[in-house]
Design a protein around this ligand. Structure first.
Ligand code: KG4
Ligand code: ZN
Length: 337
């Protein structure tokens, strides 16, 4: 009997440098995520040049440590999977080149992974979800600092983007609004904490695109409204935070509901991305799923945010179908699903 394939996954598309060694049965032999947050915090956001240099500095040791912890040598690997887009080009070049180098040195197949596909397939990782993975097709709501979209996941390689943001990603809206409220970056969790002591009804903020057809998003008007409210100096910061969060939760629920109407016969509502950590947002989305008798599934937080396990898993799914890539594959900063 052939042993279960083992894949080394690499993630470097934004500000997390990550590596993981995964076996096809879902066993994570080792994984590591190095967050560059501290290196970007002083600038109030991710600085692409700093990110690229930090990936270059940390990735080789991180991979070596991860292989050591997994307790295997390179010849025990069956393939190398590296995020090759979309994302910041510097980091993508570092991770993909490193992955190709390892693949070349050890004569292994290389898998160029689309970061969005990796988020979309995470829930299928064996053993991750307590009630087992959802069947295709399911609706993915990707809510992160860089991405905000509704995707119908029909099967491996079969994705239909139903809606996306017209301006800021939802995490970006949290971070920018938090900054206006004087909170540190990344502001999402700080804003949530501030909102817990506020009254969402104390101030009225817009709910962009609520009730409109389709499932696109728009957050820049809401952010401007937060800026105006802060400048006016009349509302308490906690109330502004609470009203902002309530507005985002209501908009996301509305958009998710429209997306489920557009996609039809979905088996589940799957939520991923750092913003999925927000309790008010989870509650609102669970309400949408419950109303349709669907499960709402969110991977555990560390697999909701950027990580290399999801990259290795997407690689596993592709390897199974023989969908390997040439070493001439170029990273793609823009790479829609
Ligand atoms: O998926 P992620 O870790 O990274 C990428 O953007 O790729 O998402 C990070 C985003 C940040 O914008 C952060 O502020 C937001 O997720 N976030 C939250 C919360 N925790 C993280 N937003 C709202 N509430 C939270 N509790
Ligand atoms: Zn991501």
């Amino acid at each position: 009997m052939q042993p279960d394939p083992i894949i080394l996954g690499i993630e470097s598309s934004c500000d997390e440098t990550a590596a993981a060694v995964l076996r096809a049965d879902g066993t994570i032999l080792a994984e590591a995520v190095f967050s560059q947050q501290a290196e970007h915090a002083a600038f109030g956001g991710v600085v692409p040049e700093i990110a690229a240099r930090a990936h270059l500095q940390h990735l080789p040791d991180l991979v070596a440590d991860t292989m050591r912890k997994a307790g295997i040598r390179h010849h025990a690997l069956h393939a190398i999977a590296a995020t090759s887009g979309p994302g910041l080009i510097g980091g993508l070049i570092v991770g993909a080149s490193f992955g190709k180098g390892v693949a070349l040195a050890h004569g292994l197949p290389f898998l160029a992974i689309n970061h969005l596909e990796a988020h979309a397939l995470t829930v299928r990782l064996p053993g991750l979800m307590p009630d087992g993975p959802p069947e295709f097709p399911y609706l993915l709501l990707l809510l992160s600092g860089g991405h905000c979209q509704c995707v119908e996941v029909r099967g491996l390689g079969q994705y239909r983007r139903l809606g996306t943001t017209l301006d800021d990603a939802v995490g970006e809206a949290f971070d920018k609004s938090a900054k206006l409220l004087g909170l540190p970056w990344p502001g999402g969790p700080h804003l949530e904490r501030l909102a817990s002591g506020g009254d969402a009804a104390a101030i009225t903020l817009p709910r962009p695109l609520l009730g409109r057809p389709g499932c696109d998003f728009s957050f820049s008007g809401l952010k401007t409204a937060v800026a105006r409210a802060v400048a006016a100096g009349q509302a308490r910061p906690a109330d502004i935070a609470a009203a902002f969060q309530a507005s985002v939760a209501a908009v996301l629920a509305d958009r998710a509901s429209h997306a489920l109407d557009m996609a039809r016969s979905m088996t589940a509502l799957v939520v991923a991305g750092g913003v999925a950590a927000n309790t008010a947002i989870r509650t609102a989305l669970r309400g949408v799923a419950d109303a349709r008798g669907l499960p709402m599934l969110a991977p555990p937080l560390r697999y909701c945010t950027d990580n290399a396990v999801m990259v290795a898993w997407a690689g596993m799914e592709r390897l199974r179908l023989g969908l390997t890539d040439s070493l001439a594959h170029n990273p793609r900063p823009r790479w829609p699903l």
